[in-house]
Write a protein that binds this ligand. Structure first.
Ligand SMILES: [Zn+2]
Length: 352
């Protein structure tokens, strides 16, 4: 794999990942771009003990442009990526977190305010506008895994970064603003609420590692969707979403960089198989969120277990699950689909 680092006209970093060591890129960005926005402000919610990022500049971000104006397609005047590419990663132009900090004033109440330091990156899975992760070839998907590993290691080493989150939002129903196949990476200056809660639970767990015990039990049960030598995909017993699948490596590792070459190579075929099952459920392109749970940089890192959480909000061919009163206001999920039934339906999808 070859990495080529370039800079966009406003100073943001752009990194090309190529399979060929002799790949070459014209790294100049001819655009005249406005200055980068200042980092968001973080406000502490004193009731929930959680941070909320307030990023007003994101209100003006590019929203569902035409294919001709797609900023992730390479080499046209409005593109973020001047050169043709295999996999490209660049700093988000409208970031939720950045190191471009300004002045931050306290706002009264019991809420502490601090700068939203960190970094947000966009990961372009392919230059093919009409592709999706599930249509990537094995080698292309493996290159994305290498890019995730590279970025996780590098972002984890930045000052103040506490957690690195690689994820993909797919589909207009999920709220994507660009249809080009891509994911994102958030390097947060704090441990996210869900991760903190899971690791606190793991610290209280008696026996082996909590995540390893869950995986061992699920591998014997009725909710396995697919598996190979190094990974198992299952619907969790208490799935929150109508179709939710978790992918765990069989060996406990904290994050993507810690996966062995064999484990990295075995991930993409299983993941792509599960994605195709998801698309095959109702014969429609499934909206989904794919979320990598990685160990925080320092907090309870020894208890964490890398896994991918994949879920859709589509519960039937013509129906979506909305996070309404109980879920949004109370954090109390009600799932309309029996997890064992969801696993059976996913297993029965014919993929080829
Ligand atoms: Zn595109």
């Amino acid at each position: 794999m070859k990495r080529t680092i370039a800079h966009l006209a406003d100073g943001r970093e752009l990194i090309y990942f190529d399979r060929r060591d002799d790949a070459d890129h014209d790294v100049a960005d001819p655009r005249d771009l406005p200055a980068r926005p200042l980092a968001s402000e973080l406000r502490h919610d004193p009731l929930m003990d959680e941070w909320v990022a307030v990023a007003r500049h994101r209100q003006t971000r590019t929203h569902l442009p035409s294919a001709q104006e797609c900023p992730l397609c390479p080499g046209h005047p409005g593109s973020e990526i001047p050169s043709p590419y295999e996999v490209a990663v660049f700093e988000n132009r409208f970031p939720s977190f950045s190191f471009n900090t300004g002045a931050y004033e306290q706002v009264g109440g019991l809420s502490e305010v601090r700068p939203g330091t960190g970094r947000c990156e966009v990961v372009c899975f392919t230059s093919d506008h009409d592709a999706s992760f599930s249509s990537l070839g094995g080698e292309q998907a493996a290159l994305v895994v290498e890019a995730w590993a590279d970025r996780t290691a590098e972002l984890s080493a930045l000052p103040g970064v506490e957690q690195v989150f690689c994820f993909e939002n797919r589909g207009a129903e999920i709220g994507i603003t660009l249809p080009h196949p891509h994911g994102q990476i958030y390097a947060y200056p704090y441990v996210t609420p869900r991760t903190r809660q899971m690791l606190e639970t793991a610290a209280r767990h008696r026996g082996g590692n909590l995540f390893a015990d869950v995986l061992a039990a699920e591998r014997k049960g009725p909710r396995v969707v697919a598996a190979n030598e190094h990974w198992t995909a299952f619907v969790p017993a208490a799935a929150r979403y109508p179709f939710e699948v978790h992918l765990y490596p069989h060996r406990r590792v904290p994050d993507i960089p810690a996966l062995s070459a064999e484990e990295r190579a075995a991930f993409a075929p299983l993941y792509i198989d599960v994605l195709r099952r998801l698309d095959g459920l109702f014969g429609v392109v499934m909206p989904y969120v794919a979320a990598w749970h990685q160990a925080p940089v320092t907090y309870r890192r020894d208890l964490a277990y890398l896994h991918l959480q994949l879920f859709t909000i589509r519960r039937a061919a013509d129906k979506l699950k909305y996070l309404a009163g109980s879920e949004s206001a109370m954090g109390a999920f009600v799932n309309d689909v029996l997890p064992e039934e969801a696993a059976r339906m996913l297993r029965e999808v014919v993929t080829d």
